[in-house]
Every structure is written in C-alpha cells, then in structure tokens.
Design a protein around this ligand. Sequence first.
Ligand SMILES: [Zn+2]
Length: 287
Amino acid sequence: MSLYAYEDDLLVYAAEAEERRPYRCSGCGSPVRVRKGPSRVPHFYHLARASSCRLYSKSEDHLLAQLSLKKLLPAGETVIERPFPRILRVADVAWETRKIIFEIQCSFLTPREAEHRMEDYQTAGYQVVWILDDRIFNRKILRPAEQLVRLFPCYYATLRKGDPIFYDQFEIFHRNYRIKKGHHLKIHIEKPRTLPSFSWEEDRFPSQIIQKAAKTSLYFQGDLLHKALLSEAIPMLAISMQNLRALERLSVKEAKQKVSLLRKVIKKIFLEPFGILMFFLLERAAR
Ligand SMILES: [Zn+2]
C-alpha cells in the first residue's frame, strides 16, 4: 500500500483520491485504487499482485511511521514517497533541505539491497537514515542487513501503539549475536548534526561508536555518537563510555570462552565416541 499514486502525471494523496477511480502506482506504474475507512489510514492498493514493487508490500504501520516522521520534521521541508525516476526508487520520506532519505524497514531485506539503496540515493545526492521496526529487528540474532546498516545512520522504532518512538542503543555483538544491549536512547529525529573531526581513541569508546564514526558524518541529537561527543565535556559520561568499553571486552571474551567450551563438549560427546568406533571397525576390517 502507498499514500500517493499518479493520476496522469500528477501525484494524488490517498485522502484526497476518489474511490473506484483508476490511479497508477508511483513505484511500478501498475493500476491501483484508493481504500478509505473510519479506522484506517487512507491508502492505495494494487489491483494485482506486484511482489517486485516495494510499495505493494508496505504495511499500515509503515504508512503511519512515514506520516509521523513528516509531522516531526519542519513543515514544508519533507516529501513523503518522493519518486526518484532516474534511480527507479521511491523514498519513504525525503528531507529535501537536509538531503536526507528516511527508509523505514518493517520487513526483511538483504545486505545487497541495503547497499544498493544507499549507493543509489548517494548518486542522487542524498544520505540514507535507516529506521528499523523493532518487531523484526533488534532481536538476539542480528539479521545480515541489520549488521551492515547499524554501521551507518540507523535507529530502531517502536511502531505500535500511538506515536512511534525512535531510539538508538548501546549494544555488544559477538559474530551475529547481540549479547548485550542498553536502554533506549530517545533520539531527536528533527535535529541532525554533522560529526566534527574528533580523535576516537580505542580505549575510551566502545567499538560500536568507533566503527560508526568511521562510516558516517551524520548523527542526531540524543544518539550514541552524540553521547560520545558530549563525554568530552561531561566527566560522568566519559566514565560511562570507558565502562561500556570494559564491559564490551569482558562480554566478548566470555562469549568466546562459551563457544570454545561448547566445541569441547561437542567433541567429547559426539566426535570422540565416533572416533573410537571408527578405530574399532578399521581394526576389525584389517584382521
Ligand atoms: Zn507498485
């Protein structure tokens, strides 16, 4: 479903569209109709299955998150479902004055698709900020695309029950496992900032922050990078950064030990008896 569709060459907002009138999807050009109701967001739906169109699989939560973002950002500076015909994409929310694209992700995606999306928008002069639905992401096992996009401007969102909450968090990974995560850091999506040049010393900051600072120059008020920068001036925050770094080292070490212990147990239980049996059978065969 989508909030906008074409009538001839004009984009029409679903709330202003007429039922039973033909419109065309702004993503794939297929025929769409508008659906309205007292308890739903007015939206366009495809008349036929269009699984390759990204707008086709959008949920109502996705549309609500787009509308909430628009409400939070300065009036007149954003465009919902902004078409980029040259790169064949429709951005969830484009913040035109800041050259930022908000991509809300309520379903799985591959690292390849995530990478392509970031590259495409970059060629159009925009930077992607990922908003990941925490019903799908932010779980114990990291999705491969999540592992990638968390290194770039990327936040989680709680999209159910009322207005969405956008947040960042401290987290520790070991391979594709999230072994620890901190409390939600509410971010101000309407207050983006540019990262100043800063010396990110390894002993003073968790690796999550150092890796992110190497990939992006964009951060938002209230996020982890913002907290890390503030730690220059606030001793309490500097101590908490160092504590997080120490916790990270300890947790990763423990996780590695657990894995090696598990390997030893598996070897003892399964492989050793199997080895003995093989030895016994070979001995018999040789007789
Ligand atoms: Zn479509």
